[in-house]
Design a protein around this ligand. Structure first.
Ligand SMILES: Cc1cc2nc3c(=O)[nH]c(=O)nc-3n(C[C@H](O)[C@H](O)[C@H](O)COP(=O)(O)OP(=O)(O)OC[C@H]3O[C@@H](n4cnc5c(N)ncnc54)[C@H](O)[C@@H]3O)c2cc1C
Ligand code: FES
Length: 367
């Protein structure tokens, strides 16, 4: 009886093993799509091995579409127009596409698998996005969970970006993490410093890229990134400006202010920085110093939960109730927001309630 059971188990294990091998072989042959052609803007053809997604296939050929979430289908930044090929629209794409975009054949490149020839259209500006290799020259602990890291480009290379734009850092394998991931980080240094960039990175518990940055990166390490990306930059108007940031959202606004200190500005600007406690504040003296540089600028740190030992004399609670005093004419006000999706949502609602037009509220959501 016992012997029969052992024999049956052995037969079942054998059959499962054979099935697994057959599946691997079938996968290899059935999913072999051979070489596929990607035609870009009707001008340029690239040939790639079929089977990968469009975002990664373009990346192989050093054509980098924005991909803030690193291809996980959660940011919607990798949009591109597909005029032929690409297969049916996936349910994962729909939430990110407006009715007009759907009608215009816009797709999420990270969700489209290249199995046949594909014809796509992308803005010419995408060809300015490049991959850079850099060496870390400085790491500063701004707070217990926020670091400022300076990356010097190799071989005297230079990067051309607008203050407020971001790059995508490519992590290297570490500990048990065998894969590389790509994550978006706003450049915190000014565009006039073309041979190096600084990023301000907050540790996300269990986060793949930020654990690598905080626990493994050291001065002298070589790091790759692509960029620049994004349309979060100061519009050239005469409107008053409200900046709002939380946590590492200070990064792109620091870049914008440092750039403005070089080129000069006459506009009225108020900068609200929301933090929980005193130990979450950083670069306060540097931001306050801009009050002496610009003719009409105020930096307002606001603590939502100051601790009794903090001795905090400044503003408390959320930043929103303080907007009213800073806005003299809502119709002639622009807002630039950067931080968590929750903060951005709440601030957007407060600003529109005060009469600031939705189209004049620009933001980078770090979610
Ligand atoms: C345009 C843009 C610019 C950005 N600029 C910056 C910047 O200058 N500095 C900076 O520190 N970050 C910035 N981010 C966020 C950054 O891209 C990453 O999402 C973040 O660092 C987490 O990456 P990770 O690989 O460590 O975590 P992941 O491994 O991606 O995520 C781990 C877990 O944490 C959650 N998670 C992901 N992101 C966050 C978050 N921000 N807060 C809380 N939980 C999160 C995930 O849902 C997941 O459960 C930016 C994002 C965007 C879209
Ligand atoms: S890269 Fe984020 S949705 Fe495609």
């Amino acid at each position: 009886m016992f012997g029969t059971i052992i024999k049956d188990i052995a037969v079942l294990a054998g059959i499962s093993g054979i099935l697994a091998i057959l599946l691997v072989i079938a996968e290899r042959f059935l999913n072999d799509y051979g070489d596929c052609r990607i035609n870009i803007n009707g001008k340029r053809d690239i040939t790639i091995k079929g089977g990968n997604n469009l975002l990664a296939s373009l990346g192989e050929k050093e054509i980098f579409l924005p991909s803030a979430c690193g291809g996980r289908g959660s940011c919607g930044t990798c949009k591109c127009k597909i005029t032929e090929g690409g297969g049916p629209l996936l349910p994962t794409e729909k939430p990110f596409l407006s009715k007009a975009e759907l009608e215009d054949s816009i797709r999420l490149a990270c969700q489209v698998k290249v199995k046949t020839d594909v014809f796509i259209q992308i803005p010419e500006s995408i060809f300015n996005i490049r991959k850079y290799t850099s060496t870390i020259t400085e790491i500063i602990d701004y707070t217990y969970d926020i670091k400022g890291i300076t990356f010097k480009l190799e071989d005297g290379e230079e990067i051309d970006f607008k203050a407020g734009q971001y790059v995508q850092l490519i992590s290297e394998p570490y500990a048990k993490m065998k894969q590389r991931v790509s994550r978006a980080y706003s450049i915190s240094s000014k565009p006039e410093d073309r041979n190096s960039i600084q990023l301000i990175i907050r540790l996300v518990p269990e986060g793949i890229c930020t654990t690598w940055v905080h626990n493994y990166l050291k001065v002298g390490d070589r790091v790759n990134f692509t960029g620049p990306y994004g349309d979060f930059y100061l519009r050239d108007t005469n409107a008053d400006i409200i900046f709002v940031a939380g946590g590492s959202g200070k990064a792109p606004i620091k870049s914008i202010l440092e750039h403005l200190a070089v080129v000069g500005i006459e506009r009225k600007m108020t900068y609200f920085f929301g933090a929980r406690t005193l130990k979450d504040l950083y670069l306060t003296d540097e931001m306050k110093a801009f009050e002496k540089i610009f003719p009409d600028f105020r930096y307002e740190p606001v603590l939502s939960q100051p601790e009794s030992g903090d001795g905090w004399q400044g503003k408390t609670g959320y930043v929103m109730p303080y907007f009213k005093d800073a806005i003299r004419d809502p119709k002639n006000t622009e807002a630039y927001l950067c931080g968590s999706p929750g903060m951005i949502n709440a601030v957007c609602n407060a600003l529109t309630d005060l009469g600031v037009a939705k189209e004049k509220i620009y933001y980078d959501s770090f979610g």
